[in-house]
Design a protein around this ligand. Structure first.
Ligand code: OGA
Ligand code: MN
Length: 480
């Protein structure tokens, strides 16, 4: 088996997967590797594939129950139901007509940003497109990373929209806003939270699109329109976009819960044909983040935007972490956090732009911590509940013998809620639990854990140093 490689295609999202032949059944390990890359990059591109319909459906089915093509509303049926669409799991994305009749759907030209089947109660989780015929130019597909977009929504607008739902309706005017007359009886439609938590990644995402989202529930029409326009404009900012220029044989797959997509114009009269299938989805929920965490993140992003070196950023972040761990709502929330015994961290947040990470740890009474460093990462460690002590060590040998290290305890400081320590890169230390359960929040300047950077782990008695990855990362969302 050739090994799979993942090549990012833009700073916004999307990666090319090389070394996988989709005409063949895949191993569990290959599927797992693709899922992992998908969670990270949102849009995956495979080039040079020649897939039959069965190949495409077999591959898509690795990711869930295949989606059934949605029936177009009665009044649009004549131009939306292609005459060559004979498989209920397949849709032909094409402008081709036979005897004046479209063989598939979505016709010619530009297609505004949208979510596939956002107008249904359970929008498709995933869409897969395979390029079979292409125009000489144009017809590119644009994708926006809605996790990044969510983080870029101004805090005041986020606060106004928290807990609100938006109305999505089915319409086919590909480059015009859906008309929204008020009578929706003949039009498929659904309400979804404006902000959703992605059920697998647990990350927050903006879930509206310019084509089919028409109103925010319970907000007067003008204000709703203004807020939606602001959201659409952020969602379509160039920095959040990947533009896919198609080649024959391309196979694309995307996640509809954290991306929106659009199509650029292409010459009328030139044929374009892509084969589409989908995977069914489920109802979407907002599950709001704890406001204190939301606020902490917004302030951290301000610090990261204002400074470019990690030391300055982490020093500026120290008072922000102090305020966060002193917050009563955080302390109350921490009482429900699961234990992180066995070298685990709860992963509360990873910033999509700056990659700083917010972790939490929960120590059972009397738990002893290992002596270690964090390699090149800067770390702030703040106690939320209980008491812990921080031991600092000096390295006293000259580090010339591999695997050998002599260290000496330099200081021990004990702290309770609100105490925050800054741990510099390669600083040798250990956190020790107290007589009662304790909880702490950790801010890291970069991701640590499996597959990131190796950290040193020391044994003072045996005088050894070994390298290993940091704690296992367990996604955990702080909610109300
Ligand atoms: C789709 C779609 C865009 C394109 O198939 O859902 O939006 O580039 N296609 O044709
Ligand atoms: Mn689409």
């Amino acid at each position: 088996m050739t090994s799979m490689t993942v090549v990012p295609l833009s700073p916004a999202c999307a990666a090319e997967i090389k070394g996988v032949d989709l005409t063949k059944p895949l191993s569990d390990a290959q599927v797992a590797a693709i899922k992992h890359a998908w969670g990270k990059h949102l849009v995956l591109v495979f080039r040079g594939q020649t897939l039959t319909q069965d190949d495409q459906l077999r591959f898509a089915a690795y990711f869930g129950e295949l989606g059934t093509r949605k029936k177009a509303p009665e009044k649009l049926r004549h131009r939306a139901e292609g005459i060559q669409q004979d498989h209920e799991k397949v849709l032909l994305v094409t402008n081709i007509k036979v005897d004046g009749e479209p063989i598939g759907a979505f016709g010619d030209g530009e297609f505004w940003f949208h979510i596939d089947s956002g107008y249904s109660a359970k929008p498709y989780n995933y869409t897969f497109l395979h390029a079979l015929e292409l125009p000489s130019t144009g017809g590119n597909t644009l994708f926006s990373n809605m996790y990044k977009v969510y983080e870029a929504v101004p805090p005041a607008l986020k606060a106004k929209l928290k807990g609100k739902r938006a109305l999505h309706i089915h319409e086919y005017n590909r480059s015009r806003q859906a008309s929204h007359s008020g009578d929706l009886s003949g039009t498929p439609h659904a309400y979804h939270p404006v902000f959703i938590t992605h059920p697998e990644t647990r990350r927050k995402s903006l879930f509206v699109d310019r084509l089919m989202t028409v109103a925010i529930e319970g907000v007067d029409a003008d204000e709703s329109a203004a807020m939606l326009r602001e959201l659409y404009d952020i969602g379509e900012r160039r920095e959040f976009l990947y533009e896919h220029v198609w080649q024959l044989g391309d196979f694309l797959m995307w996640d509809n819960r954290c991306t929106i997509h659009a199509r650029t114009d292409f010459p009328k009269g030139e044929r374009r044909l892509l084969r589409r299938c989908t995977v069914e989805g489920a109802a979407l929920y907002e599950e709001p983040r704890l406001p204190a965490l939301e606020n902490f993140i917004a302030r951290l992003r301000g610090v990261w935007a204002a400074h470019s070196d990690d030391e300055t950023r982490m020093k500026a972040a120290k008072p922000l972490l102090e305020a966060f761990v002193l917050d009563d709502s955080v302390k109350a929330n921490s009482r429900a956090w699961p234990s992180t015994e066995g070298r685990k961290n709860l992963r509360l947040y990873v910033d999509p732009d700056y990659e700083f990470v917010i972790n939490a740890v929960v120590r059972v009474p009397g738990r002893t911590g290992s002596v270690h460093d964090h390699a090149d990462a800067w770390v702030l460690y703040g106690i939320v509940d209980g008491a812990e002590s921080l031991e600092r060590y000096d390295r006293i040998d000259d580090a010339s013998r591999s695997g050998y290290a002599e260290i000496r305890l330099a200081s021990v400081t004990t702290g309770t809620q609100g105490k925050v320590d800054l741990v510099a890169p390669y600083a040798i230390h250990a956190e020790q639990g107290g007589p009662a359960r304790s909880a702490a929040v950790i801010l890291r300047s970069r991701p640590l854990g499996e597959g990131t950077v190796l950290q040193n782990s020391y044994d003072a008695k045996a005088k050894t140093v070994t390298q290993r990855y940091g704690p296992e990362q367990i996604p955990y969302e702080l909610r109300f």
